[in-house]
Design a protein around this ligand. Structure first.
Ligand code: M6R
Length: 614
């Protein structure tokens, strides 16, 4: 949550920072601000609202400043307003800070600073931090980097920060604990940002700052990195950035979400590339091959994740148990971390996360590691925290997902899970050769099937039109389609603000059926393989109570067609892979309902793409 961008070099900082903030708006968009330093003066502009509102305030004027920083906020402490927006300045006005994270002990630090004469104007924890740094500077008479280091050692919480002191006009200090920071290293210029997207067109050299590291970044000098705790100097590790400008643009689509839905055939292919040789019947996943025994001897597999990734975890539970007979449990990372879970050293924990930065998932991983479990990560963002703190893992390679609503991340997570389940099922002999080969071929054919579902776009848009005024919606599915129902409901509520709930279809009669009347849309996933007849009975029950039925069915279905108000036909598949296929029309349905309701699809209210606070 919150996006940070900073620049020091020889170009004008303001346009670089503003453009960078726009790319990071997925991280939060309730207020925005910028500071830059020019002709001995520090200028700060802040506003409630989006980066475009900030641009309006700047009124087309572009400063010549070559050092600056900006912030796009997702409020944690203090309502979104101009005063609480970042950058936050110290009492003397010498220091400014942009911050992503939460300073948990800010209240006690604030009290102490007030007792020493500091005044506070905002409700933010960040204003406490910037004044704490100033206090250290005054007391200890140390350089800026050292002052930041001392101040951070008193802080409890999470942060990614950039600090600027107007008496040091060639220097930026960046530090992180629990929130990500990337440093772009150009020709005599440096970029600092919450991810690498703000500087992708300027440099392909990136340093991903490690936990509890602090970087001193000076114009025309090399970056110096120190450990915050023990001051140890660290040699910067510069990696090649494998991201292109094209990846992070809308490419002609109205929204990133739509682009990302349509990218799924390619994203799934990219996930499978080099890992699935379907003709030979080979799955190669080095992270599994190297640790095959651990997996095969595992007492249990525990899956931890949040949101959509948790739904992918549920599909994983069904699939891994089905194919391998290894017991699997799926937990919300936010519950797991606080409920004193039983973790055996021979358990394997799989953490699933698109961003690789979700605070609760990171905390769950740390607990699992403390208890001696082996942790496997499934992430999309290359170089993310989760990809680095897990023992091993597998990237989904879906490419950047910018729309707040997760789409291609979900289907590629299930693709990775399928590879894992098939690999292990073959290795421990629980899958017959025939089942294995059949599934491998089917997996290989998924992108083509997804492509054909996407061609139903116009029909789904029509269906969406009929439901744009709905106030509630129920999603039902059984077996592998139950997690899909949960995911469909989450997609609808987060982008269209329609209240929606997903249920296992058979649970309906244990309560939710009371809600059904002629106003209630019910989305039922009734694909051929699995529990088709049972789901048809559930549809009958809804029909008898006059519910409006939108059904996702397999091509050629006749039975459900007679009962449902709308039928969306998808290619037939095995029960397990239906989870991927039936998700696609639900994504499109939510998308078009949200568009018809004039909602901000890519940046829904109150949300942020990367949830780096608990
Ligand atoms: O980056 P992660 O996969 O760890 O994120 C988890 C959730 O925050 C995320 O899936 C969220 O639920 C999405 N907005 C759903 O579309």
């Amino acid at each position: 949550m919150c996006g940070i961008v900073a620049y020091v070099g020889h170009q004008k900082a303001q346009p670089i920072v503003i453009k960078g903030l726009k790319r990071l708006e997925y991280r939060g968009y309730d207020s925005a601000g910028i500071s830059f330093f020019n002709n001995d003066t520090l200028f700060t502009y802040k506003t409630k609202g989006k980066v475009s509102d900030l641009e309006e305030i700047l009124n087309g004027e572009v400063s010549d400043a070559t050092i600056g920083m900006g912030h796009t906020r997702w409020a944690t402490h203090g309502v979104p307003n101009n005063v609480n927006a970042h950058p936050q300045a110290s009492n003397s006005g010498n220091l400014v800070v942009v911050h992503n994270g939460i300073i948990e002990n800010y209240a006690s630090l604030k009290e102490e600073l007030i007792s020493r004469g500091f005044e506070f104007h905002s409700d933010t924890d960040t204003e406490v931090l910037v004044n704490l740094i100033e206090d250290v500077q005054k007391k200890e008479k140390v350089k800026l980097g050292k002052a930041v280091q001392i101040a951070l050692s008193q802080v409890v919480g999470a942060y990614a920060i950039v600090v600027f002191d107007k008496r040091k006009p060639n220097e930026l200090i960046a530090a992180r604990l629990g929130s990500p920071l990337a440093i772009g290293v150009g020709e005599n210029e440096f970029f600092v940002a919450s991810d690498a997207t703000p500087f992708v067109e300027y440099t392909k050299n990136v340093i991903y700052l490690e936990e509890e590291h602090l970087a001193i970044i000076r114009r025309d000098r090399e970056v110096r990195i120190r450990k915050i705790k023990n001051d140890k100097l660290i040699k910067p590790y510069i990696e090649e950035l494998k991201l292109s400008l094209e990846n992070i643009q809308k490419g002609g689509y109205d929204h990133f979400m739509l682009k990302e839905i349509f990218e799924q055939p390619k994203a799934i292919k990219d996930t499978l590339r080099g890992r699935l040789l379907s003709n030979e019947g080979i799955i190669t996943l080095s992270s599994l091959r190297e640790h095959e025994n651990k997996f095969l001897k595992a007492r249990r597999i525990l899956i931890v994740a949040c949101g959509t990734s948790w739904h992918a975890g549920l599909v994983a539970e069904y699939m891994i148990e089905d194919y391998t007979r290894i017991p699997v449990e799926v937990e919300y990372a936010s519950e797991f971390r606080y409920r004193n879970p039983i973790i055996f050293p021979d358990d394997i924990v799989i953490a699933i996360s698109q961003s690789g930065e979700t605070a609760d998932t990171i905390a769950a991983i740390n607990i699992a590691k403390e208890k001696g479990a082996f942790v496997y990560g499934i992430c999309n963002v290359v170089g993310s925290t989760i990809s680095r703190i897990t023992d091993t893992g597998c990237y989904t390679h879906a490419g950047p997902e910018i729309g707040v609503a997760s789409t291609k991340a979900f289907t590629t997570q299930i693709t990775v899970v399928s590879l894992i389940a098939l690999y292990l099922g073959k290795a421990n002999g629980t899958l017959s050769r025939f089942q294995y080969q059949e599934s491998v071929t089917e997996l290989d054919n998924l992108p083509t099937k997804v492509e054909s579902i996407l061609s139903l776009k116009s029909y789904i848009e029509e269906v969406a039109h009929s439901f744009k005024r709905a106030k509630n919606c129920i999603y039902l599915g059984r077996g592998y389609n139950f997690p899909v129902a949960l995911e469909g409901a989450l997609k609808l509520k987060e982008i269209s603000y329609i209240h929606a709930e997903g249920y296992p279809a058979a649970e309906m009669k244990h309560g939710p059926i009371a809600l059904i009347d002629k106003e209630m849309p019910v989305v039922v996933i009734a694909t051929k393989k699995g529990y088709y007849e049972k789901v048809v009975s559930n549809i009958q029950e809804i029909k008898s109570r006059e519910g409006r039925i939108i059904a996702i069915v397999s091509e050629g279905d006749t039975q459900v067609k007679e009962l449902a108000d709308y039928c969306i036909e998808i290619p037939e598949s095995s029960e397990s892979f239906a989870a991927i296929l039936s998700t696609i029309p639900l994504q499109l349905l939510s998308y078009y309902i949200a568009v018809h309701r004039n909602c901000n699809v890519d940046q829904p209210r109150n949300l942020a793409k990367s949830v780096t606070v608990e």
